[in-house]
Design a binder for this molecule. Structure first.
Ligand SMILES: Nc1ncnc2c1ncn2[C@@H]1O[C@H](COP(=O)(O)OP(=O)(O)OP(=O)(O)O)[C@@H](O)[C@H]1O
Ligand SMILES: [Mg+2]
Length: 263
């Protein structure tokens, strides 16, 4: 098992020219849990991820993994500390095989480096073999081992998303950030992916921050939910509590329709 640490987000604000995308939000992801971040379009979910992974800089507030401050670190340093992410839109090189894409996910763990590997030095060859074995194990865990030799671009959409998840797992993360992992999937692919995510938590003990619009998946998987609306945290707690929170229902249904003008 991973020695997983809590992820603390405190009083986080992100402003873009004239727009406050996040307004003093906070939450804690407990080790080995699924923490969902939900909210209507534009609520600030992806912005939260972009700060957690170092793509965006916080205007104010902090992110800590255990005692280590992540805020202000560049993406590769945050990844090296064990925070891996997937993207809302597919981000795998389409012509590369699944095996090679996953191997790239292990880059930060490679001691010999890809130059030595390219020169086929014996230590590098042994190391590459070990990494390829681990890639196969992870592909089996995710259920895409049959497709390791297929170009990622030739996979069905659901399998591509699973390959992206597998690549993030190849970094051996402590915390996994999943941005809409079941978006665009068929019902069958959704079930399969949800089972994989539950397995990542239960078998690998990795903490997961999940952004997802599919409420069925959120309610089934999440241990804790944070709800954002227009950059503010409007509710938080276990799924059953959040689901019945009037502020959450209001945010999702929007303002009541204007009454039809009586003619
Ligand atoms: N780089 C940026 N520059 C300017 N504004 C941005 C930028 N990124 C996000 N925003 C704005 O910040 C707000 C929050 O966007 P964000 O992408 O975080 O929402 P979201 O909750 O992920 O929405 P969705 O459900 O549609 O993915 C939006 O108003 C968006 O237009
Ligand atoms: Mg988004």
């Amino acid at each position: 098992m991973n020695d997983v640490l809590p992820l603390h987000v405190r009083d986080l604000t992100v402003r873009f020219a004239g727009l406050t995308a996040l307004d003093g939000i906070g939450f804690t992801v407990e080790p080995g849990t699924v923490h969902a971040v939900i909210g209507p379009n534009g609520a600030g979910k992806s912005t939260t991820f972009n700060v957690l992974s170092g793509v965006y800089r916080a205007t104010s507030g902090t992110v800590h993994l255990g005692e280590t401050e992540l805020t202000g670190l560049p993406p590769h340093r945050i990844a090296a500390l064990g925070v891996a992410r997937t993207f809302q839109n597919l981000a795998l090189p389409p012509r590369t095989t699944v095996a090679d894409s996953l191997l790239l996910g292990r880059h930060r763990l490679t001691r010999a480096g890809f130059v030595a590997a390219g020169l086929r030095l014996p230590a590098a060859v042994r190391e590459e073999r070990a990494h390829r074995e681990r890639v196969r194990e992870i592909a089996e865990f995710v259920g895409i081992a049959d497709q390791l030799d297929t170009a990622t671009g030739a996979l069905p959409y659901g399998a591509q998303k699973l390959a992206e998840l597998a690549r993030a797992l190849c970094m051996e993360p402590k915390v996994l950030l999943l941005d809409e992992p079941v978006a665009g999937m068929t019902a069958d692919e959704r079930r399969r992916t949800a089972a994989v995510i539950a397995g990542v938590r239960d078998s690998l003990g990795i903490s997961i921050v999940l952004v997802e619009h599919d409420m069925g998946v959120v309610m089934r998987l999440a241990d804790e939910v944070t709800v954002l609306d227009f950059g503010k945290r409007i509710a938080g707690g276990p799924p059953a509590t959040v689901q019945n929170d009037p502020a959450v229902i209001q945010a999702y249904l929007g303002a009541p329709d204007e009454p039809e003008s009586a003619a």
